[in-house]
Structures are given as C-alpha cells and as structure tokens.
Design a protein around this ligand. Structure first.
Ligand code: IMP
Length: 229
C-alpha cells in the first residue's frame, strides 16, 4: 500500500458512492446520468443520519455543505446537488428557497410541489409571457471525508407557464417551459430531461473528474477544496 504524501489528500478507492438526497426524482436523474461508474447508495439507506442543514446563501455553498457533511458522517465519497429555480421577475426567487418556497414541509412531496407551484403562479399572475424568464440552476459537489474533490454546475433557461402542463418529473417541472422544445419539462421523459437539464449538465461536467478519481483515487495532487471547519 502506498504511503500518504505529506500535506496531500489520502483517498481510498470507494466501495460505493453516496448520493446525498432522499428525493426520488433526483435519485432517478442522478443515477441515470452517473450510470454504472460505481455502486451507489442514497440517504434512504442511512435513515438515522442527522440532516445537514441547507442554510447557505448559494447553491454552491449548500452543495458543498451537504457533500462534506454526509461524507464525514458516513465515511463515503459523497455526491450532493443543490438546485432550484431562479425567476427574473421575482429578483431570482425562489432560488435557494425553492424546496419549501410556499412554507409547506413534510413527507408528501406532491403536496409541497403543488403548493410551491401555486405560490409562483400567484406571484406571477400579472407578469406577461415575455417577462416570465427563468432558469433552473444546479451545483454538484463530490467530497470525500477529507474534503471537496470536484465541483460543477449547470443551468437550463426557460419561461414560467401560465398553468401546469405535463405529468413527469418533480418540483416545478410542470410550469417550466423550454422554448427550444416547445414543451414543459414535465412533458419530457427521463432521458430527454437529462439531456438538457441543469442537473444533467452539471453531472456531465463532473463526470470526467469522477472517472479520473476512480481510476486513480490517490492522485499526487491537492484536494480541490476544503469543507471548512
Ligand atoms: P434541493 O436542491 O433539494 O435543496 O431543492 C431543490 C428544489 O428546487 C426542489 O425541491 C424543487 O422544488 C426545485 N427543483 C430543483 N431541481 C428541479 C428540477 O429538475 N425540476 C423541478 N424542480 C426542481
């Protein structure tokens, strides 16, 4: 076994990688994009784990916090994403507050999604079509228990519909219209969504780094970043 180099990261080939979410919509998308590179666990496999608070001011801060927190708690390399919707007419809201924008919480994700959609449509009721520009944003972070290994981000530009259309996906998908496709994200199947989505793009940007790390988990290079205290 090679000796760790002074001042450098010590990494072990991971047995499995943790996808740090319990959101089944996100798990489906992340696993489809990440493919068979490794064996995956999700937070659903660690029911007793204390939740890492998402109290950062940016998607990048929250993604790093989650990846580092859950990597330390489980000892596993961990991929997290933090994502959300930025609506120009609302000054970028709901932004990092996307998940619980309407103040509804609890186990019923569909009820939360419907309340969030209702709130957005209410706030935009007098905003004309051309001014309903918005984007989905996703920041992904890969961390080991020692620190951040890689990060990437992706966006998807679109318009907020006047009413929900489509049954697929999750969250704000039914009200997010993609002009280039003439459909909402909720009218796309999983592969179509992954090909254009903010999350799909972020993961695609992260993949070369993840592949390199998996083929040489103890590279002679410093970590991409640290997790703070
Ligand atoms: P978080 O990344 O788990 O903090 O929450 C992100 C929230 O943003 C989700 O709960 C959704 O409401 C919304 N969101 C993020 N990505 C998507 C997406 O791909 N489609 C629809 N809504 C999304």
């Amino acid at each position: 076994m090679s000796k760790p180099l002074p001042g450098r990261m010590t990494r072990q080939q991971p047995d499995r990688i943790l996808i740090a979410t319990t959101n089944p919509g996100k798990v489906r998308e992340l696993q489809a994009s990440l493919g068979i590179l490794a064996r995956w666990s999700t937070l659903l496999d660690f029911p007793g784990l204390p939740k890492v608070e998402e109290d950062g001011k940016t998607f990048a801060e929250n993604a790093a916090k989650k990846a580092c927190g859950y990597a330390k708690a489980t000892g596993l390399w961990t991929i997290s994403d933090d994502s959300g919707l930025e609506i120009d007419a609302l000054g970028g809201l709901p932004g990092v507050r996307s998940a619980r924008f309407a103040g509804v919480d609890g186990p019923d994700r569909r009820a939360i999604d419907l309340a969030n959609i209702d709130k957005v449509l209410g706030l935009l009721k007098d905003v004309p079509w051309q001014q309903r520009t918005a984007r989905f944003v996703c920041h992904v972070c890969l961390a080991s228990p020692d620190g951040i290994l890689a990060e990437a981000s992706g966006t998807l530009e679109g318009l907020i519909c006047l009413e929900p259309v489509g049954e697929n996906g999750f969250g704000y998908d039914p009200i997010f219209f993609v002009p280039a496709l003439g459909r909402t994200v909720a009218q796309l199947d999983q592969d179509q969504k992954n090909a254009i989505s903010h999350r799909g793009k972020a993961i695609k940007a992260l993949l070369p780094r993840l592949r390199a790390l998996l083929s040489d988990p103890t590279p002679d290079m410093p970590a991409a970043g640290n997790c703070g205290s």
